[in-house]
Ligand binder design. Structure first.
Ligand code: PEP
Length: 247
């Protein structure tokens, strides 16, 4: 049985005060993991605040080298040194705005994994791809790029976040049927590409998750939790999402 996860992607939001507020008021769900991805600037403080707990913390992004002349970037090893355990990779905002091609995502994925962090690989189709019936092709291409760049099993120690681009930050979440359909296709794909890991890998859904739609989405067979953006900045709403996943 896969343990569900509720993950918070704060994007370029948050403050030390928000980190402290979360540490004081987050209600840890008994039956689900909680992961928080603050900005790189706040990751050390947040990780320290949650050090005695089993709340996971992680980076929203790392560069694909470990050190060197890459002004403004941080490496996976630096994230691991803070005591954080996870890193997002391939978020659609990075793919669309910062040039994270499939090839760059694959290189980052490998560095994250080599550093002993758990990569959370974000995949998802654009509206155009969905309307052209190319949604699964797009997701499959993103998954395959990581598989091809890595020659040993990639699914044993990672999570996937299916995040349709058209649902991120738009207030228009995928319906439970659409999310379930794609997440089942992703699990089938993993089944074909791995040696028995498909039932263990956690596949999260992301895209306008709120307290009001969390229960219906989490009831789907292949939805193992959420990656929550906007709604994760409000700890009361985030607690309600955790509660929906927990029950
Ligand atoms: C995200 O950024 O990963 C995300 C899902 O954002 P939102 O919940 O705001 O749509």
């Amino acid at each position: 049985m896969r343990k569900p996860v509720v993950a918070a992607n704060w994007k370029m939001n948050g403050s030390l005060e928000l980190c402290e507020h979360f540490a004081r008021t987050l209600v840890r769900p008994e039956n689900a993991d909680v992961w928080i991805f603050p900005t790189a600037l706040h990751l050390g403080s947040l990780t320290d605040l949650f050090r005695e707990s089993d709340i996971g913390t992680g980076a929203q992004n790392v560069w694909c080298e470990l050190d060197g002349a890459f002004t403004g970037e941080v490496s996976a090893n630096m994230v691991a040194t803070l005591g954080a355990e996870l890193a997002l990779v391939g978020h659609s905002e990075r793919r669309a705005m910062f040039g994270d091609s499939d090839e760059v995502v694959a290189r980052k994925f490998k560095k994250i994994s080599d550093a002993g962090l758990v990569p959370v690989l974000c995949v998802g189709e654009t509206l155009e791809e969905r309307e052209s019936d190319l949604a699964f092709e797009a997701v499959q291409r993103q998954l395959s790029a990581v598989e091809e760049a890595w020659d040993h099993p990639v699914y044993s120690h990672q999570a996937i976040a299916y995040e349709p681009v058209w649902a991120i930050g738009t207030g228009k979440a995928a319906t439970a049927e659409i999310a379930q359909e794609m997440q089942a296709l992703i699990r089938d794909h993993i089944d074909r590409r791995s040696t028995g890991e498909s039932q263990a890998v956690r596949i999260l859904y992301g895209g306008s998750v709120k307290a009001t739609n969390a229960s219906e989405l989490i009831a789907q067979k292949d939805i193992d939790g959420f990656l929550v953006g906007g709604a994760s900045l409000d700890v009361d709403e985030f607690n309600q999402i955790c509660e929906a996943v927990n029950s």
